[in-house]
Design a binder for this molecule. Structure first.
Ligand code: SF4
Ligand code: MG
Length: 331
């Protein structure tokens, strides 16, 4: 059974006058139909750029996909024309952005935008579309939806605007909903509610790829987790397995100091990351010479039934995984 989405060796370069670096550096993962996959990692780890690369919404330039394959529903979509990508985005892969402004057009009423999304998806416009738009607004928790449907985005508060953006994303009944955690626009409680809303409102065959900082959200929603660090994936697996036996030293650090994520957020304050070998080695308590240079460490499978794998030299066939795993349970 082939996955709905598979990403294989994705590299996305950011190129500005001042700097040039791979924001995403060889990322591979997949999402099955109906599956919820959460991507966790600090700011600048490449989560957003990964998701934006899928449907070509990374700003081009400065961002450029230089390598890798993206396959959606059996079809390569990397290198697809802007026209093809636009039709995929309107219909099969919907995005909910960190900043709802990105999804909302200031000159149209929210009702027009929801109906437009339904129409792209091939549903007919007209009175029934309006009725459906109102019911969608109600579902996402907009009070007085039958009045507010004729208002413009600026007439809504930040949290309500994010709800409207979710309604637009759902209007097309996408196969894959890609949501970048609304960290900036709304407070934490609202955020958690919005994410629950996504789960409630999508049916079982809608897959969700969610970027979040909130490990509680991950625990309650995700089927699988992808942990990113420095533009690479360091660990991936089913949520229960990764939470019960986090293997990569970065994943362990993340779970140990749960607030860690927000405290650690300022990448620039901690200087440049290595651009080869294991990107985490400057901060890793188990680093050794083998962690330097060359490609990112291979992925080793810890549990092949569960499809849990980790990129760390200590999990190689002649490594000593216990050294890393024991330490994590000692605390
Ligand atoms: Fe630490 Fe080396 Fe493993 Fe990276 S590969 S996590 S530096 S031990
Ligand atoms: Mg981001």
């Amino acid at each position: 059974n082939e996955p709905l989405l598979s990403v294989d060796g994705l590299r996305t370069f950011i190129e500005t006058e001042r700097e040039q670096f791979p924001a995403v550096d060889g990322v591979s993962f997949s999402v099955d139909r109906g599956e919820t996959v959460c991507i966790v990692g600090e700011s600048g780890s490449g989560k957003s750029v990964t998701c934006e690369s899928l449907t070509g919404i990374v700003p081009q330039p400065p961002a450029r996909i230089t390598d890798g394959q993206i396959t959606f529903d059996g079809k390569r979509i990397d290198g697809a024309s802007e026209r093809e990508l636009r039709s995929i985005r309107g219909d099969r892969i919907a995005h909910v952005f960190q900043n709802p402004q990105q999804a909302l057009d200031p000159v149209y009423t929210v009702g027009d935008q929801i109906v437009e999304a339904m129409t792209i998806h091939g549903q007919r416009s007209g009175t029934s579309a309006r009725e459906r738009a109102i019911s969608l607004l109600r579902k996402v928790g907009i009070p007085r939806a039958d009045d507010r449907i004729d208002e413009y985005p600026h007439e809504f508060s930040g949290g309500m605007r994010q709800r409207v953006a979710i309604a637009i994303a759902l209007a097309a009944d996408p196969d894959l909903l890609v949501a970048d955690e609304p960290t900036t626009a709304v407070d934490v409680t609202v955020q958690a509610k919005l994410i629950e809303l996504l789960r409630d409102l999508t049916d079982d065959d809608t897959a969700i790829l969610l970027i979040t900082h909130d490990l509680r959200v991950v625990a309650s929603l995700a089927d699988s987790v992808v942990v990113m660090y420095g533009g690479t994936i360091v660990e991936r697996g089913p949520v229960d397995t990764v939470f019960s036996t986090p293997a990569h030293p970065y994943t362990q650090a993340l779970f140990d100091s749960y607030d860690g994520l927000s405290r650690r957020n300022d990448r620039s304050a901690r200087g440049e990351l290595p651009s080869d070998g294991c990107r985490f080695r400057a901060e890793c308590p188990y680093a050794e010479p083998a962690c330097e240079g060359g490609d990112q460490p291979d992925f080793y499978t810890l549990d092949s039934d569960a499809d849990h794998s980790v990129s760390c030299v200590h999990f190689s066939p002649d490594g000593d995984p216990e050294r890393v795993l024991d330490a994590s349970t000692e605390v």
